[in-house]
Design a protein around this ligand. Structure first.
Ligand code: HEM
Length: 204
């Protein structure tokens, strides 16, 4: 099986493609919002767009290591951190749209919503975990934390499961697109069962 990425210029080209794929849709949406062309419910449109964007980036992040192992392409692993940062970017914008446009920063109402609606509680916990991973993703912190960094970052799997649950729960009907994502996510988590078991042992 030929390697996918073997040289530094190929890696830079791939990184450029990833930046483009992650940033261009966000810029396009900003443009649509600016010309008032986001449909009848622009706030919902924004929340959905950033939510789905975060889920896509999370899938891409988790697929990097199996792909790199399968195609024997270690250089691919250098894209994982930037994809992880895009997860944080999209998830944070998703929440900002909810806070600013849906709730106009009415903090008491927002806290009430987080407590009262289980799907929001689950999304909030997932976001807190993703933020912990993002803020500790710097190489320097990774070196300082050593083995604890690996333990902390294995929390990405439970966070991923919570995100999929939040996605499914946020839908109005039981048969929806989120089920396909949940199925793909379950397959991905199954392929990562060793890391998941390590995480279960960690919290015991
Ligand atoms: C405090 C944290 C969060 C809040 C307050 C929140 C809020 C919401 C709301 C209000 C909806 C729309 C429900 C509707 O259709 O009426 C939603 C859907 C969604 N959220 Fe979140 N969310 C949070 C965290 C997350 C995170 C961390 C992710 C992903 C990494 C995420 C991904 C999604 C997805 C994929 C949808 C479904 C979008 C669609 O139906 O097209 N959310 N969330």
């Amino acid at each position: 099986m030929p390697q996918l990425i073997t040289t530094k210029p190929q890696l830079w080209a791939l990184k450029l493609v990833i930046h483009g794929a992650c940033l261009l849709p966000a810029i396009w949406l900003f443009y649509l919002a600016a010309i008032d062309d986001l449909g009848a419910d622009p706030v919902k449109e924004l929340i959905h767009f950033y939510g789905i964007g975060a889920v896509h980036c999370l899938f891409a992040t988790l697929l990097v290591s199996p792909l790199s192992r399968w195609r024997k392409t270690p250089l691919l692993m250098r894209c994982r951190r930037m994809l992880g940062l895009y997860v944080a970017f999209y998830a944070t914008f998703h929440i900002l749209c909810f806070l600013v446009f849906e709730w106009q920063l009415q903090w008491i109402d927002v806290i009430d919503e987080v407590i009262r609606r289980p799907y929001i509680t689950v999304g909030f916990i997932a976001w807190l975990v993703l933020m912990a991973l993002t803020t500790t993703s710097l190489k320097l912190i990774q070196r300082k934390m050593g083995a604890r960094w690996v333990q902390l970052h294995s929390l990405v799997y439970p966070a991923f499961a919570l995100v999929l649950l939040h996605f499914y729960w946020s839908q109005k009907s039981p048969w929806n697109d989120a089920l396909l994502y949940a199925l793909a996510g379950t397959l991905l988590l199954y392929s990562k069962r060793k890391q998941l078991l390590a995480w279960v042992r960690l919290v015991k």
